[in-house]
Design a protein around this ligand. Structure first.
Ligand code: NAD
Length: 361
């Protein structure tokens, strides 16, 4: 298969972890006989330095031409005090918008070797393996009218929660398609006992479910979901929800797994003519200026993002599984970076990348 990928290392440890993610990608492509076309572009602080803006037109052009984008992280302390629209982080919003990605996928997986770093008791977290699918382009964050008006006792604020049928339908389909390749269970999360938007949401999810008779569907109100993520996280396979609820429950899911250096994320959009899904793949963490340039950053979130890319954008399940299996092997070997608290001398960022390549069978 031809894998046409844009690489945006960004700033700080983004550059270091992306180098290891690319190393693993090249290794997997060679091993499984795929043709890899990598193009490197600028985003964030480095783009401001070289072009004057955080999201150059050239990067937008490259993103439109490639099937999937691998991003490191953006942000440099020297820009901390300038206006938000001129900051490196503005580049993130720019590329998400340009790609039209509408589904944010957050895999939450409990690795045996890291089980003690979870805030939950071991028997609760063992075996947890879920994906939270959050709608990214609509809902209360974008609905109008919005704003603050009036003065004194008459001062008031409004936001609008809005979803249209097509917006719900496409995110529901994404969740059911993902579930088909997993344990075949979708949990829909909404607030349909109170909100009309959630009533439409649930109605459309139920209709879409009719096309996936092989996938089990259940529903949770968002308040109950927040509880069940702590009480019984193993019950979840694919969770689908709107923008606001997804923002909250995906962060709750994230802490179940332990270190921030382990968390990958994927934002997926429409299908390209090549058959691949447009996708933006990035670690959840930022550019970590406090440890940048020291070769101590954990590259496993970035490497996990490559696994997500191969699975979601290109449908390469076996290749993705080879990477996640190798991550698990490396974790079990204890050859990990300082953030994971290894018993002996911590490994460096390149050593972990190399170890993952060696563990890919
Ligand atoms: P951060 O995620 O960069 O760092 C938070 C803490 O976690 C730091 O102590 C850091 O050393 C540690 N950490 C993060 N990733 C790690 C890794 N892979 N291995 C080991 N330790 C790791 O968040 P922050 O410090 O709040 O933000 C720093 C900069 O990154 C800011 O400019 C911020 O705006 C930006 N940021 C960017 C993104 C993104 O690009 N998606 C996300 C969050 C923050």
């Amino acid at each position: 298969m031809q894998l046409n990928i844009l690489v945006l290392p960004g700033d700080g440890i983004g550059v270091e972890v992306t180098a290891e993610a690319v190393r693993v990608l090249q290794h997997v492509a060679a091993k499984f006989n795929h043709t890899l076309k990598l193009t490197e572009g600028l985003l964030g602080g480095i783009a401001i330095h070289k072009t004057g803006g955080p999201f150059p037109a050239e990067t937008a052009r490259l993103a439109a031409e490639t099937d999937a984008t691998l991003l490191g992280a953006v942000g440099l302390p020297e820009f901390d005090d300038i206006a938000p629209e001129k900051r490196p982080e503005k580049g993130l919003l720019g590329i998400r918008k340009a790609l039209g990605v509408y589904a944010n996928l957050r895999p939450v997986k409990a690795y045996t070797a890291l089980i003690d770093s979870s805030p939950l008791k071991n028997d609760r977290i063992e075996g947890v393996d879920m994906i939270i699918v959050r709608e990214l382009n609509s809902g209360i964050y974008y609905g109008t009218p919005r704003g603050i008006s009036g003065e004194g006792d008459a001062e008031q604020a409004v936001n609008t929660m809005y979803y249209s049928r097509p917006e719900i339908e496409r995110i529901a389909r994404m969740a059911f398609e993902l579930a088909r390749n997993r344990r075949k269970k979708v949990t829909n999360v909404d607030k349909s006992n109170v909100l009309e938007v959630s009533q439409l949401w649930r109605k459309v999810v139920l209709e879409v479910a009719g096309d996936y008779p092989d996938v089990e569907l259940d529903h949770l109100l968002v308040d109950n979901c927040a509880m069940q993520l702590i009480l019984n996280p193993r019950r979840f396979d694919v969770v689908v929800t709107g923008n606001l609820f997804g923002d909250i429950v995906s962060d709750e899911g994230a802490v179940l797994a332990g270190s921030i250096g382990m968390l990958a994320s994927a934002s997926v959009g429409p299908k390209r003519p090549s058959g691949a899904y447009v996708g933006l793949y990035e670690p959840v963490h930022g550019s970590a200026p406090d440890i940048a340039g020291q070769a101590t950053a954990n590259p496993l979130a970035a490497i996990g993002s490559v696994a997500a890319m191969l699975e979601y954008s290109f449908g390469l399940k076996q290749e993705a599984a080879a990477i996640t299996g190798a991550i698990e092997t490396v974790l079990n070997s204890g050859r990990v970076t300082a953030d994971l608290g290894p018993e002996g001398e911590p490994a460096t960022t390149p050593q972990v990348g190399q170890a993952v390549c060696e563990a890919i069978t």
